[in-house]
Design a protein around this ligand. Sequence first.
Ligand SMILES: Cc1ncc(COP(=O)(O)O)c(C=O)c1O
Length: 355
Amino acid sequence: MTKRPLPHSRPTLDDRDIAAVSKALSSGQVSMGPAVAAFEDRFARKLGVRQAAAVSSGTAALHLSLLALGVGKSDDVIIPTHVCTALLNAVNYVGARPVLADVDYADGNISAADVKKKLTRRTRAIIVPHLWGEPADLGALLKLGVPVVEDCAQATGALYKGKPVGTLGRIGVFSFYATKMLTTGEGGMVVANDQRLMKAVRDRLSYDHREDWQVRFNYKLSDLQAALGSSQLDRLDQFIERRRNLAAIYGEGLKGTGVTLPQGRAGSAGVAYRFVIKVGNAASFIKRAQAAGIQCERPLFRPLHRYLGLKGFPVSERLMQESVSVPIYPSLKDSDARSISRELRKLFDKPQARP
Ligand SMILES: Cc1ncc(COP(=O)(O)O)c(C=O)c1O
């Protein structure tokens, strides 16, 4: 195995990004300005959606989306338990009650069947992340008749039945954190075809020069960040292709080990944001992989039901026991992915500690 440990994830930056940010800096416009407008326009066109509003993070995008949908104190918002706390925070920001749903074992995405069981008259929205870059079961979820916020933080560029994720629900949110599909350092985007919703998002995302006063936020992206975003967006298709190639190398390299490989949903095209395999005992496997110089990690730090002290999410619990995330990012070389596969294969040959 190569001597330098390869990181689990890293941003993909090059001279084109540096040139784009330098140009923005030289213009003297460093806060929100024309580069943000251009980034929004390009992002909207890439997705084929009417409007896009750039914001300072994926969390801000979630918050503004819930506000735009009119979600408030007496409402429930259904979210999966098997996700980071950003969703739980956003629901709490608007004073609504988070209701957790379990997930599907195959891909870790929110279970439409469990969501259906948790619907009440108070349910005002469902936040549907496309976990690890794989589209969730949108067909079934959209049929439930509750507004869907598509959380595409991990899935920019993924397709569900040929259509870009983020454009199928009422509103779509994205994150451009350092290691996401494309980055602005920190940043995010809200997209929708509904102009009224987008007007509400834009109304709240900055506070200055208003005739009236109401609680508003400073969730703006800067021109420096947007310049980076546009430069990255130019290469999004290449990033996706690289990730898919690496996933194919891992798939081939780990065949026959007994490991469960990631499975996409029929009719959808994921973006291999994470390559999550299922093994008998993830904790022991990760320890042994790291000892061999491979930065495998748990894909999720802690599911939300554990934070809230809730029981009864057996699929998420099982995924926590078994899931291992293998390094994947566009700058990882094919040769690295092959040698990682070879090293991981060796771990399967050795007996594992019991969970
Ligand atoms: C599914 C999901 N939603 C929302 C977020 C929040 O995005 P941000 O970190 O840009 O606030 C993340 C971040 O990792 C995420 O993975």
